[in-house]
Design a protein. Sequence first.
Length: 101
Amino acid sequence: MKILAIEHELPGAAPDRFTPQLKRAEAARVWELQQADVIREVYFRADRSEAVLVLECATVDEAERALATLPMVAANLIAFEIIPLAPYPGLSRLFAGDGSL
């Protein structure tokens, strides 16, 4: 299942807690999850410094467990909105043969 995960900084997360060491540990863990084929894509939003991840997991619970291993999540600095995705079925209407769109 494809899952979209949108990062949000938690209230009260002081900027000085986002240390270079923590950022490096976060990047290393993201790399490990990519190599494990759990994280498929990683982006930053263009309008603010928040990550957007595309994960491939069997369940939402599996995605939550994987994201919980990120150092910034474990430090209660960030959390993710998790959105399960499904294939868009609407294109099949182009080939339904009944003339309706």
